[in-house]
Write a protein that binds this ligand. Sequence first.
Ligand SMILES: Cc1cc2nc3c(=O)[nH]c(=O)nc-3n(C[C@H](O)[C@H](O)[C@H](O)COP(=O)(O)OP(=O)(O)OC[C@H]3O[C@@H](n4cnc5c(N)ncnc54)[C@H](O)[C@@H]3O)c2cc1C
Length: 416
Amino acid sequence: MQNFSLLSLLRHAATGHRNWTPFWRDATPKPRYDAIIIGGGGHGLATAYYLAKNHGMTNIAVLEKGWIGGGNTGRNTTIIRSNYLWNESGALYEHALKLWEGLKEELNLNLMFSQRGVLNLAHNLSDIREGIRRVEANKLNGIDAEWLDPQGVKDFCPIIDVSPNARYPVLGATLQRRAGVARHDTVAWGYARAADALGVDIIQNCEVIGMLREDGQITGVRTTRGTILANKVGIVAAGHTSVLASMADIRLPLQSHPLQALVSEPLKPIHPCVVMSNAVHVYLSQSDKGELVVGAGIDAYNSYSQRGSFHLIEHQMAALIELFPILSRVRMLRTWGGIVDVCPDASPIISKTPVRNLFINCGWGTGGFKATPGSGWVFAHTIATGEPHPLNAPFALERFTTGALIDEHGAAAVAH
Ligand SMILES: Cc1cc2nc3c(=O)[nH]c(=O)nc-3n(C[C@H](O)[C@H](O)[C@H](O)COP(=O)(O)OP(=O)(O)OC[C@H]3O[C@@H](n4cnc5c(N)ncnc54)[C@H](O)[C@@H]3O)c2cc1C
């Protein structure tokens, strides 16, 4: 029987404190898991799958406040690439890309993964220098990368305007041929189905509203569906990580921002690859349904509102027409936003925390979709063993006190 006093009941009634579980819920037997993952996006579900598959942990649950894949996993522009500048990032994203290359078979689901090549455009001298430097760094790390001149860009992507009269002339581009796109929410479903088959519980409509701790160690979570006990807890709740971490009195160096995207009406295939431009802030691919998928830059203000401001869409459209005048009469079908959490060095945090057995995976900013399999793989390792995988060791929370930052602003800050 649960312990509760009249005083605690009165305090609960008076304050309505949402971190308290009502006594009638606490009185029921509580499930206890070896591990709980908070967040049923691609990263959380991948973590659960690899915990079960790679580490034999099957007494685990994924708790999702809405529906699986309804967060950023189902809202992103699906660009997948691994051509990051620094060794640490290159290794992590390349591990993810290699997993993508076998994921359809692994999950037995058509993820519509299409390695059609990603171009990162250069519009000025500093873009060219950054691009060529990154190509060389990628090659040294065994990651495929090429530098194209404007004619090479035109050959690879015939609908782009490379004329020297353009407001932002295309002066060249990096190309990663193994990069591409996939169908976003399918990845969540694939991992969910595979994790479920291994015995993982996936609990939707279950929002975590408090953390239970004893002697500096996590012991479970309070949710809108009652208390759930656990030996270990992993937070993978993009955009909302600071809110969850604060329930365990942890402050994180993260900011939450809206990030928007939109799609056009469906068209016949006209765009064969993915084009990204950091300088004008637009990103373009074409989905298998025929819609042009158009990504934007980040909204400058902080928010949890899952939508962004209109002026950004105007800016995004202007940039799109600038690069692709052929699209000037295409109509927009729908627009949406997601909330991304951004680290000061534009790199993720995959780490232990000051609370024992509480782990975090966050800060992927505008670019975490591509990392989904790799992120799940290394986070599962971190949770199962209590120590980081060599690939995520540099991405620990301590880097903000040691100063060993992995500054990917050039390659990842706004580009997805
Ligand atoms: C418009 C847009 C475009 C993007 N484009 C790209 C791109 O082209 N390429 C790329 O690599 N990345 C892109 N990203 C980033 C990418 O989508 C994310 O980094 C990635 O999907 C994060 O995955 P996740 O599983 O961590 O997050 P999510 O899919 O958001 O999953 C987190 C889950 O946690 C749940 N949650 C939150 N709080 C709680 C709680 N208290 N209790 C229980 N559950 C909770 C949420 O409901 C959510 O389902 C884009 C993002 C956006 C918004």
